[in-house]
Design a protein around this ligand. Structure first.
Ligand SMILES: Nc1ccn([C@@H]2O[C@H](COP(=O)(O)OP(=O)(O)OP(=O)(O)O)[C@@H](O)[C@H]2O)c(=O)n1
Ligand SMILES: C[C@](O)(CO)[C@H](O)COP(=O)(O)O
Length: 381
């Protein structure tokens, strides 16, 4: 069935104040209404968009959606929300589809909430998101509590409120008097409306402080998560042990390198640089520079970790695989994890060190050297 998102945005936003109606005010750099429309436009089940606008807002609307490349039908709204919805319903194409009626002033609607409404519409003529009232309720007057009010069975209503198009059109046509929302109209026509789990973040911008709340939600939502990988190889040379992840492991060979040749630590370090899109160890510590000759590799790792911190990232986890026939890594993996966790300033359960052989194939199979492969995830909260 065709799904149309009907976005009502013809209000004046008097409670929110500001020099323009709230739906055209910026929220983290983008107009509130542009955020709302973009979410519906990007939803794979939404086929068409209708925006209901105030007659004086054409320029503001054009400014808000400039450059978004959205295909939106627009229609003039009325003096009340329900009049605006009726105008929008008249502009929806077709007879038998589904319509999602949503406040333009709820810019944080999530695709998952839209999914839940559409799912409920498979079995009901109407479906709307709501959250149960969890605080105690009172009735009050003149600044005094008059009496407690039972909260059982009470819900806070949200949008999008979804309906079978034909049913809600008929309900609105028959409705007289105002309505807080379209569920009220639907109930007037005896339509069953399923209560769908709402979303605390799906707040309506109503008062000035709601912009601050919405920005807080967006900052959390826009968390930056990055993944990087690192790969390194060092050849064996004569010696009596190798340094892996900062631990000296007894062996009948050593690893050759400009620094201490800690192949595991190098791979993790490069994975951090990779996640930051900032080169690799060789770029930050050129092998041509004699000061890094024989240097302990924790210098490199600490530099990469500090760089991530300076840019606001914390390390979520690191996963390292060492590829070699010998030495055996299992007995020392715990010590390696502990040392890497200490150097990176994170819990040991966020560091994995494991090993594999290459089934005697290739240079690692011939025991000519050790290879290491690492993945690191960084999070900017
Ligand atoms: N005549 C109206 C009134 C409201 N709305 C829309 O309905 C949604 C919810 O309404 P509300 O938050 O009450 O918005 P306003 O009416 O703009 O706010 P206020 O009452 O503070 O002026 C908003 O997206 C608003 O633009 C509408 O399309 N037409
Ligand atoms: C439709 C609505 O968003 C449901 O919560 C709300 O009723 C509309 O806003 P208003 O502040 O009640 O006008």
């Amino acid at each position: 069935m065709t799904v149309t998102a009907l976005i009502v945005a013809a209000g004046r936003g008097t409670r929110a104040g500001g020099s323009r109606p709230k739906q055209y005010q910026p929220l983290m750099g983008r107009a509130v209404l542009a955020r709302t429309l973009a979410t519906f436009a990007a939803h794979p089940r939404v086929d068409a968009l209708v925006a209901v606008l105030h007659p004086e807002d054409d320029d503001l609307f054009a400014e808000a959606i400039a450059g978004l490349g959205l295909n939106i039908a627009t229609v003039r709204g009325g003096a009340t929300r329900d009049a605006s919805v009726q105008a929008g319903l008249a502009a929806v194409r077709g007879e038998d589809g589904l319509v999602l009626i949503h406040d333009g002033a709820r810019p944080l609607v999530s695709p998952q909430l839209i999914d839940r409404i559409l799912e409920a519409l498979e079995t009901h003529p109407g479906a709307a998101p709501a959250l149960p009232v969890t605080d105690a309720l009172w009735r009050g007057a003149e600044g005094l509590v008059v009496a407690p009010h039972p909260r059982e069975g009470l819900f806070r209503a949200q949008t999008p409120q979804g309906f079978h198009l034909r049913a809600i059109r008929a309900a609105h046509a028959a409705h007289t008097g105002g309505a807080a929302d379209d569920v009220e109209v639907a109930l007037g026509a005896h339509l069953d409306v399923a209560i769908v789990r709402g979303d605390e973040d799906n707040l309506k911008i109503t008062h000035p402080e709601d912009f601050t709340r919405a920005a807080r939600v967006l900052r959390e939502r826009d968390m930056d998560i990055r993944t990087g990988n690192g790969f390194d190889v060092h050849a064996f040379c004569e010696g009596d042990g190798v340094i892996l992840c900062g631990i000296k492991v007894p062996h009948d060979k050593a690893l050759k390198g400009h620094s201490d040749a800690d192949v595991g630590m190098h791979a993790v370090t490069d994975a951090i640089y990779g996640a930051l899109a900032d080169g690799d160890i060789g770029q930050h510590f050129p092998p041509s520079d004699p000061q890094w000759k024989g240097a302990p590799s924790d210098i490199f790792l600490k530099h990469a970790v500090a760089l991530a911190g300076e840019r606001g990232y914390r390390i979520s986890n690191a996963d390292l695989t060492l590829i070699c026939e010998q030495p055996k890594i299992g007995p020392v993996a715990g010590a390696m994890r502990a040392e890497m966790a200490r150097l990176m300033g994170i819990d040991i359960d966020r560091i994995s060190v494991k090993a594999t052989t290459s089934e005697r194939l290739g240079f690692t199979g011939r025991q000519e050297g050790i290879a290491a492969l690492a993945t690191v995830t960084l999070i900017k909260p």
